[in-house]
Design a protein around this ligand. Sequence first.
Ligand SMILES: *Cc1c(COP(=O)(O)O)cnc(C)c1O
Length: 453
Amino acid sequence: MRYLSTRGGTETVEFCEAVAQGLAPDGGLYLPETFPDLSPLVDAWSGLSYPQLCHAFFQHFATDLPDSDLEGAIYSAYAGFSHEETAPLVRLNDQWQVLELFHGPTLAFKDFALQLLGNLYELQIKKTGKKLCVLGATSGDTGAAAISGLLGKSGVEVFILYPEGKVSPLQERQMTCTGADNVYPLAIEGTFDDAQRTVKELFGDLSFRDSIGLSAVNSINLARILAQSVYYLYAWLKLDPIKREHTTFVVPTGNFGNVFAGWLLTRMGIKLGGFRVATNQNDILHKLFGSGKYELGEVYPSLAPSMDIQVASNFERLLFYFLDGNTEQLKQVMKCFREEGRYAFEKFTIPGFSSSSTTDQEIPEIIQKVWTEYHYQVDPHTACAFKDLPANEPAVILATAHPAKFPQVYEDAGLGRPTSPILEALLDKPPLKYQLSVDAREVRSFIEQKLNP
Ligand SMILES: *Cc1c(COP(=O)(O)O)cnc(C)c1O
């Protein structure tokens, strides 16, 4: 299997290369050149465990990786999940089931991709002998999941910038209490956007980038997308076969990586009912599906902070298919969007997509209602999935984070505080963080000093 760039300016590459690069050299995102037809495999795959299914799936995509390496990377990635089914389906009523994606080490769905990515990086380093330095900015969940996926991996050093005082105390503890000596949480004076800008500036510094083998772990990495396709397939295989074609997957959405991963299955002969893109009050994507207008707005911090985004970076991947692979047109759209912050499609309809948006006022109301009706606790991101959800159609709701990660919403709503032993255990560990200004030169010299003491 080879991978092409959405912008058409790069030769196709194999899986390992696409994973190592993250972003394609022409600025585009990698996509598989062709897709396997999985429909003849459905029966054989139905009884597989999560890691077995993941392995069988990746055999079609990671074709340049020795099979025993692939298998080892996958099995060890999911060994640390606390639920024996890895991604259990929980039934709420006749029509609705929840796919719990929060049983990984940092209690959010990002663990599915980042635990595997960490192992793939390790294989890469073994093969090339070249060390990697991972740099990223986070407003919370990604940083914690990236750190957890990479901690203790030999040959990898991890620097994660986050805005001091602007991530939740639990999220900060998840990043700073790991005890790993290859992890540097950098508490930056400023906002998330400032941290992001500094990271971009450092990536733009090519001599620095090459000298230290800089790599990104944001959700544009192809391996992250493919790793997420697996849990959709796993859930779909568990559905009543009569209902499979009619079941909608409801996805709390920010950067569009998660829902895009599910949609890819429809290119592989898997028939399902569709996708519901559930946004919070930052509703750029909801507006796009409603009106065809893709328009940047201000970001309003919400109770579901991991969905507070401005530009949905994975949207470019869907756009590639929407434009039938016309890379020239895609580049024009992206250019217009970059320069003017908006683009109006004549019509933006892709069969099978619907959308919703949920305000901060509605989130606690939904949490309360789901608790009252089903005795089930959802976190503020997952709560958004319930907005205007049709009651008479089968749906799988993706639970993207454990409710204990966001206890404040529960306390404010007068509900009991959800807990998790994994988070409780962090309280006993000493935090370690480095306080820096947001100045790129200061961050750069910090990194250089840690890499070459
Ligand atoms: C990252 C995140 C999301 C958004 O996922 P995207 O792939 O960016 O659409 C939703 N919920 C939680 C809890 C997250 O951490």
